[in-house]
Design a protein around this ligand. Structure first.
Ligand SMILES: Nc1nc2c(ncn2[C@@H]2O[C@H](COP(=O)(O)OP(=O)(O)OP(=O)(O)O)[C@@H](O)[C@H]2O)c(=O)[nH]1
Ligand SMILES: [Mg+2]
Length: 296
């Protein structure tokens, strides 16, 4: 009987969770950026091998703040932990062990038997993996010592021994998904995420958190060879709209072309985007918008 189960990837913002997910799946499953709290959903990435199936759930970076949106992000991580057979706790070894790491340790305290630790970014000159491991062992002493792995998610180094250990923690079971699946995300969601990734890159210094993407229309054309998508890039204020459009519409054009190019690489048909900017005042306070972003 093979081993199959759910592995929740947890860690503070920018620890490298989504980079790990993409590397281990060998596909672009989740969007990645330097911006803390890039991930806003429980994104599944599926790895099937001779040993069985690892169903990873990437989660939003765990961060304690009382704001409405952040409370929702935290609950996504907490719910994913509940359904997990194993937890991959990723830590950025290039940053000091701070408040955020301590709040994760509190969260994981009662499930240390399920935890495998990925000490990430060991390729970085600032990385202090020995120190990071020692601090974690002090906080979560019941995690067995053979469950610590030094990795570079970016360079895909040290991954195999870590996934071997994860398999050991999973139950014997049939595959949870057909073996050709590498994600269960609906196409419309992947499109909104890729547009948001390009928008974050272009607007990083200005308004990266103030954005969300809504799809207005999707039509398949040319016998399934081309998907036409009309989408709105939504911001909170009128003043932000001008930044997103840019001088001579140069910013919105770069976002559109960049997203279109990336989508053509990950989807099995050509994608043509019509991208417009809309103002949705104070959307982060609106329940119906948050519901649609969180796919509830
Ligand atoms: N040097 C180095 N950088 C990495 C590594 N893994 C991830 N990064 C970088 O760290 C940044 C954050 O990566 P993400 O994968 O988006 O991090 P995350 O944990 O998913 O972040 P949130 O979704 O915001 O919680 C990006 O700039 C990545 O390129 C690594 O192994 N080495
Ligand atoms: Mg992420």
């Amino acid at each position: 009987m093979k081993k199959s189960g759910i592995v929740c990837i947890a860690g503070r913002p920018s620890a490298g969770k989504s980079t790990f997910l993409n590397g281990v799946c060998g596909q672009k499953v989740a969007i990645v950026s330097d911006l803390p709290q890039t991930t806003r959903n429980a994104v599944r990435g599926i790895v099937t091998t001779d040993a069985g199936q690892l169903v990873f759930i990437d989660t939003p970076g765990y961060h304690t703040s009382g704001k409405k949106m952040n409370r929702k992000l935290k609950s996504i991580t907490e719910n994913a932990l509940h359904e997990a057979d194993a937890v991959l706790y990723l830590i950025d070894a290039a940053r000091s062990f701070g408040e955020e790491e301590l709040s994760l340790c509190t969260l994981l305290k009662n499930m240390q038997d399920k935890v495998v630790v990925g000490i990430n970014k060991v390729d970085s000159a600032e990385a202090r993996p020995g120190l990071t491991a020692a601090e974690l062992m002090r906080e979560l002493p019941a995690i067995p010592k053979d469950r610590f792995f030094e990795i570079s998610a970016l360079n895909k180094e040290g991954i195999q021994p870590l996934t071997d250990m994860l398999y050991r923690l999973l139950p014997e079971s049939e595959l949870l998904y057909p073996e050709e699946f590498y994600t269960d995300q609906p196409v419309a969601f992947r499109i909104t995420e890729v547009i948001r990734e390009h928008a974050i890159k272009m607007l990083y210094d200005e308004i990266p958190h103030a954005l969300y993407v809504r799809i207005e229309d999707m039509t398949m054309k040319k016998n399934g060879k081309e998907l036409f998508v009309r989408a709105f890039l939504c911001v909170e204020r009128e003043s932000q709209k001008a930044m997103v459009i840019g001088k001579g519409a140069s910013v919105i054009k770069s976002i559109r072309l960049g997203a279109q190019h990336s989508l053509c690489k990950i989807l099995p048909y050509r994608v043509t985007l019509d991208l417009q900017v809309r103002v949705d005042k104070n959307w982060r306070q609106k329940d119906h918008v948050l519901k649609s972003i969180f796919q509830e």
